[in-house]
Design a protein around this ligand. Structure first.
Ligand code: ASP
Length: 282
């Protein structure tokens, strides 16, 4: 079974025209990832390819278009996790990498460490041909006219390939106007992402809230004694109990998708074998 689910952030999007464009882009990202799976690529190849589409699109808070911190700088976080061997690559406080998810993958596959930050992470990436972008690449028109709340456009993907590998990937510019040095949930295993041999999950929303309930890993407290869908629902209920605001997407080894959020909406798209086109909505 080949399957992929992608999200483009949970939040309270207001501009209807921009909502439909963003739904279209998450759909394209899911198709890109699914195409990689169909061509025999791994779940890791597919999840990273899908996230890259969203990082390159300035409508999302990841890669180009990342929110700025209080000093007007970009500080990006990303992570990748392989559900078969539980290897993790996470990065935080990245300024100049065009596709942070690729750097996270390189950390997962080439570094003895799980988590690198800032200059050390960027230096590490140089050895493996990671592409850098000038600072002006990240500053977009949209950032100057931010139209949403202070969270909402992080991106993520979970893919399942024919071999049964589940990979979760996430990328974010963090929250708008954040303190210099602030790191949210996204690069923290268990909070922003999780994958093992039965399911994968990626969260989005206010990182400070997501960490309180370790939202992505939390699903495993309920799964498999509950369905994936019920497990996601219970995890979001737990988040609501601590007044948290976020969403989560999940995919299990049988290709079941689930998602939940207590924000107004969450951009998401998914496709698997047997579906002609992705289901995409906000
Ligand atoms: N969770 C991200 C963070 O707190 C933000 C988001 O999902 O939009 O950094």
């Amino acid at each position: 079974m080949k399957a992929i689910i992608v999200h483009g952030g949970a939040g309270d999007a207001k501009k209807l025209n921009e909502i439909s464009v963003r739904v279209q882009v998450v759909k394209e990202a899911s198709l890109e990832g699914y195409g990689v799976l169909k061509d025999g690529g791994s779940a890791t190849d597919a999840a990273v390819a899908a996230v890259k589409i969203l990082e390159d699109n300035p409508l999302f808070d990841a890669g180009k278009g990342s929110y700025l911190n209080e000093e007007g700088e970009v500080e990006m976080d990303a992570a990748v996790m392989n559900g078969n061997n539980l290897s993790i690559g996470a990065i935080a406080g990245i300024h100049k990498v065009k596709n942070p998810v690729e750097l996270a993958r390189v950390v997962m596959e080439k570094s003895p460490h799980n988590f690198l930050i800032g200059r050390g992470a960027e230096e590490f990436g140089k050895q493996f041909g990671i592409e850098f972008a000038p600072l002006h690449y990240f500053f977009t028109e949209r950032l100057i006219q931010i139209w949403e709340g202070r969270y909402g456009d992080t991106v993520g993907a979970i893919a399942l390939d024919e071999s049964g590998l589940i990979t979760a990937a996430v990328s974010t510019g963090g929250t708008q106007n954040k303190h210099v040095g602030r790191v949210g949930d996204s690069p923290l295993v268990g909070s922003g992402f999780y994958a093992n041999d039965s399911f994968g999950a990626v969260s989005t929303g206010i990182g400070e809230d997501i960490m309180k309930v370790v939202l992505s890993f939390r699903i495993s407290l309920y799964f498999p004694t509950h369905s994936l869908e019920e497990s996601v629902k219970k995890s979001i209920d737990d988040l609501t109990k601590v007044n948290g605001k976020a969403g989560v997407i999940a995919l299990d080894k049988n290709g079941n998708f689930a998602y939940g959020y207590n924000t107004k909406g969450m951009f998401r798209a998914y496709i698997k074998d047997g579906m002609l086109v992705p289901e995409a909505t906000y």
